[in-house]
Write a protein that binds this ligand. Sequence first.
Ligand code: G1P
Length: 288
Amino acid sequence: MRKAVLPAAGFGTRFLPATKAIPKEILPLVDRPIIQYAVEEAVASGIEQIVIVIANGRSAIEDHFDSHPALERWLEDHGDIERLRSIRRLSEIGTMAFVHQKEQLGLGHAVLMAKDLIGDEPFAVLLSDDVMLNPGGTPVTRQLIEAHEAHRGSVVAVQQVPADEVSRYGIVKPRRGEGRLWELDDVIEKPAVADAPSDLAVLGRYVLSPRIFDKLEQTTRGAGGEIQLTDAIRALISEQPVFGYQFEGLRHDAGTRLGWLKATVSMTLESDLADEFRTFVRGLDLRH
Ligand code: G1P
């Protein structure tokens, strides 16, 4: 598995007005833009070519992964070698390509924009809103790639969610399983609680057969009036095996304001700022 697609072309409406001029993927978590965590996970999973789908007129993500000679020179002149390294590392990440999604027609449509760059080979999809951490263990995308290699089918990352949250996700209908891997009978985008076939939600990591592109081309608008990746996966299930993989690791939902705040607090408590931040939090008056 060599290639990954990272869709990053949404309007980021949940974060407006913060995301009026910059994509939400550029909002920071501790010291990095949200999308950098997904890029690092892809690279740590063995991915060599990253395709980022961006909206027209939004260059901040491209700039972030480009070199910045003036800044590098300044850091060098000031002897700030550690920051210099962290900046240089960003522009040295494998091959990165950017494709534009001209109209915001949905996640499935965004993935379809990468068709020509992916070609006829299986590939990974990472939604950077879902920040997946598995410190010291196998990166979540790598876990999916290994499941794909062992079972020769498409694989989506799944995790149990509270029953009252099923309508926020793609929900799978597993058929039979073995350990963490379940073959799927169906997947439904944002079902009502009463219609949900399980409480296993698809969380933003996928390894997909290139056949998904044919399915995406035939997918019409679904939930929320958008061309949904979930609907194309559903069509794929009727032709090829698709598995849900209960991954090992912690997922932070950086796609909502509250989720982003929780991710910020949890991740700061794991960072070099942990001691001072803990002292600060302890000093807060948390009574109503
Ligand atoms: C998207 C997918 C959904 C999935 C979710 C995971 O939804 O459409 O199937 O469960 O990501 O975060 P979104 O968060 O874009 O509404």
